[in-house]
Design a protein around this ligand. Structure first.
Ligand code: ACO
Length: 429
């Protein structure tokens, strides 16, 4: 295979090196393009741009492959604990027994949050969206740890910040829920595992002993693994964009949470449930809803369908669909929204509008059904996504810092006014 691409422009031929990744995907190296030709590339939405080299996650969107550090998502979702996967993403290897014991110890040792955090939290208006609160709370944590503010500092300091971010996040996420229902905030329990502890802080209360349902814990463990990383998606790219300025990890994660909140990204899981509920409440048929989507009426999309990278199937959606069925059965939950979702999926998969555009269910299509069965209100769904995606964001940030990635600063194609003279206000139209 050729190791250069040729570009002919203005009668000259330029050679551009080809970079090949470990899975044989090739890219044209355009880093010297502007210097040699005066040209920049145009690719709005970065649909065709490799923004970094990374060793963390591999996706083949056409074949529906997703691997973290070389391990298939199917195997990890089946066999691993979320904390093992977090370690794998962040440190590049599955932990051995000693490493895992130490990692879990660190996760419990740092899980308390400063009591003053609650004062800020208390000032939030009741009913504020949990993602807005989470974004602020995580960003604010940098003020409690001034040492975290220079990420280029020693590796040990950086690692301590990583441990703090990872270990305090379940506590912060649980607080959102407690505030929402007007219950007192719960403290972590060190003898519980990460996922169990999070569930206990969410659904436990100070008046009685809380026992974690293993079905719920196992379902959440799987969901968190499935969400743990997805290479250079919108929020991970936000991590690299913000972090490339030398910004500390807390503030960077806060920015990633903001990106995830959007309905085209993680916010879709909430929108899917709202869509299913709307179909149920309005009494329209799924066929009528699909027609509405196809007519592009009022910009309605089939939420939970379509993906920038997966153009065949999303392997996470396949696992989640099976899991949704399983969890509902085990918990004895009958949810009419699951039937509507299955009907919608069938209809869309056999409709030429969706087939031609290669639109398939994504990770968000069925996840909300499970979150609902576990007892979460709709506006907490994206918070759960954030909890799952955290190790991925941390891994992307760590890799970026260690590889000394240059500050992200894209170019643009200016389409505005050419030079013109200032007019005094009385002369303006
Ligand atoms: N419903 C109906 N039509 C759709 C959908 C959808 N969900 N998604 C894309 N299309 C159509 C577009 O209207 C467009 O049609 P056109 O060619 O007639 O103009 C075509 O498919 C291509 O769509 P784009 O928006 O160009 O595709 P892109 O790759 O930019 O967007 C995205 C991907 C944002 C995920 C999109 O499919 C979407 O909005 N889906 C719904 C929201 C969603 O589920 N987001 C979660 C994504 S997964 C995640 O972030 C965890």
């Amino acid at each position: 295979m050729s190791n250069v691409a040729k570009l002919e422009y203005n009668g000259q031929v330029y050679e551009l090196p080809i970079i090949t990744g470990t899975e044989n995907e090739s890219s044209v190296d355009i880093r010297k393009l502007r210097d040699t030709t005066g040209l920049v590339t145009f690719d709005d939405g970065y649909k065709n741009t490799g923004s970094t080299k990374s060793k963390i996650t591999f996706i083949d969107g056409d074949k529906g492959i997703l691997r973290y550090r070389g391990y298939g998502i199917e195997e990890l979702a089946e066999k691993a604990e979320f904390m093992e996967v977090a370690y794998l993403l962040i440190y590049g290897k599955l932990p051995n027994e000693a490493e895992y014991t130490e990692w879990k110890k660190q996760m419990t040792r740092h899980s308390l949050v400063h009591e003053d955090v609650k004062k800020v939290f208390d000032a939030y208006p009741t009913g504020a969206h949990p993602m807005g609160q989470l974004m602020t709370m995580v960003g604010m944590m940098s003020s409690f740890y001034p040492n975290s503010q220079d990420p280029q500092k020693m590796e040990e300091d950086r690692n301590l910040t990583i441990i703090r971010v990872m270990s305090k996040m379940p506590n912060l996420c649980a607080m959102m829920y407690k505030k929402r229902i007007g219950h007192p905030v719960m403290y972590p329990t060190n003898e519980l595992r990460y996922v169990e502890d999070y569930l206990s802080m969410t659904f436990g209360n100070p008046c009685e002993k809380f026992t974690v349902d293993p079905v719920v814990a196992s379902a959440l463990n799987k969901l968190l693994i499935l969400h743990a990383d997805h290479e250079q998606n919108c929020s991970a790219s936000t991590v690299r964009m913000v972090g490339s300025a030398g910004t500390n990890l807390w503030a960077t994660i806060s920015a990633a949470i903001a990106a995830l909140w959007g309905p085209s990204h993680g916010g879709a899981n909430q929108e899917v449930l709202e869509m299913l509920q709307e179909i149920k409440d309005s009494g329209i048929t799924t066929k009528q809803y699909v027609e509405k989507v196809k007519n592009k009426e009022a910009g309605v999309r089939l939420m939970g369908f379509g993906h920038r990278v997966y153009k065949n199937f999303d392997p996470r959606a396949t696992i989640i669909k099976k899991s949704a069925d399983d969890v509902l059965k085990k918990l004895g939950v009958v949810d009419p929204l699951l039937d509507i979702a299955m009907e919608l999926e069938q209809m869309a998969l056999s409709d030429s509008y969706f087939v031609e555009r290669k639109l398939y269910p994504n990770v968000d299509f069925y996840s909300g059904i499970i979150y609902r069965a576990l007892g979460y209100p709709t506006d907490m769904f994206t918070v759960l996504f954030a909890l799952g995606r955290l190790p991925g964001w941390v891994a992307q940030w760590k890799e970026m810092v260690e590889e000394k990635q240059p500050i992200c600063r894209p170019r643009q194609i200016y389409m505005g006014e050419t030079p013109r003279a200032y007019q005094s206000i009385k002369d303006r139209k």
